[in-house]
Ligand binder design. Structure first.
Ligand code: ZN
Length: 289
């Protein structure tokens, strides 16, 4: 997997416009799609780093494929579903990163990991493969943090119930956009990370925007919509989860403001591992002192 780190918008923009690999990948994706103009779905061969074996990746038109009368482009981020583990592009890529990160730690078996999800296949995989894994879901506003209901732990990430310096690694997949006060959640993540700990995150991001756009805010228990509401799928709610913010590059500043260092957008791609399209995740490091 080729990974490139970016700290500023203009550097990322320059990379996307000038990197020969990015151009080659784009040509390759266009060639793949040009042979499947009428297909509703198709399979691509590859290697799943989560399953650690050769697999096929399912590509279909779900989750907002861009369709014209001439052609279509899949939502690469949400598709390329491994036919063995059922995890999609972004989920497999972030687990690949977590796996590699843990493997390089000297105290590999003592690493404590917190994932901001628990009901998902991704969490089940983490729990099977690492020794000290904690997960949680948001179960409702009147529940005390840390309460376990039917085996599931409740946490509000704006006010986590964990002690300071509890975890070596924290993972958040498409959660932060659903939080009313992301800066408060970021401060909480920093608090519960051990010094030397790392935070990894995927989140819908607008790489052309310098500033985050607020779509909604909580006024007491009332939601005030500033833009037409957008909801994302939530396995615990039929209505889905409301998007409060469309993040731009100032998100990185919010991380630095609470003390994080090396806050970066990490672009990753690999046809072998089935990471197509312009894919990235974020990482932030809590310094030792
Ligand atoms: Zn797999």
């Amino acid at each position: 997997m080729k990974t490139s780190k970016f700290y500023k918008q203009q550097d990322f923009q320059h990379f996307l416009e000038n990197d020969p690999d990015v151009r080659e990948y784009w040509q390759f994706e266009t060639a793949i799609m040009s042979r499947r103009l009428k297909a509703k779905s198709f399979l691509l061969d590859g290697y799943c780093k989560v399953c650690d074996k050769p697999t096929t990746f399912l590509v279909d038109r779900l989750f907002g494929a861009q369709e014209t009368s001439q052609s279509w482009t899949p939502n690469w981020r949400e598709r390329l579903v491994c036919t063995h583990c059922q995890l999609n592009n972004r989920q497999r890529a972030i687990l690949h990163v977590i796996k590699d990160t843990i493997a390089t730690r000297a105290n590999e078996h003592a690493i404590s990991l917190y994932a901001m999800e628990q009901i998902t296949p991704l969490f089940a995989w983490l729990n099977q493969h690492f020794e000290h894994v904690t997960g949680s879901e948001y179960l409702g506003e009147k529940i005390e943090g840390g309460t376990i209901i039917k085996g599931m732990r409740h946490e509000n990430i704006e006010a986590l119930s964990f002690a300071d310096q509890s975890f070596d690694i924290i993972l958040s997949n498409d959660v932060l956009e659903h939080v009313n006060l992301p800066e408060q959640a970021i401060a909480e993540i920093y608090r519960i990370l051990k010094p030397g700990g790392e935070f990894f995150m995927t989140v819908p991001f607008h790489p052309n925007a310098l500033k985050t756009v607020r779509r909604a805010e909580l006024m007491g228990s009332q939601i005030k919509h500033l833009l037409p509401p957008i909801y994302h799928g939530n396995p615990l709610s039929e209505k889905g989860s409301l998007v409060f913010n469309d993040f731009g590059w100032d998100l990185l500043e919010q991380f630095k403001a609470v003390g994080f260092q090396e806050v970066s957008l990490c672009h990753c791609c690999s046809y072998f591992y089935g990471y197509f399209g312009i894919q990235y995740y974020f990482m932030a490091y809590k310094p030792l002192i």
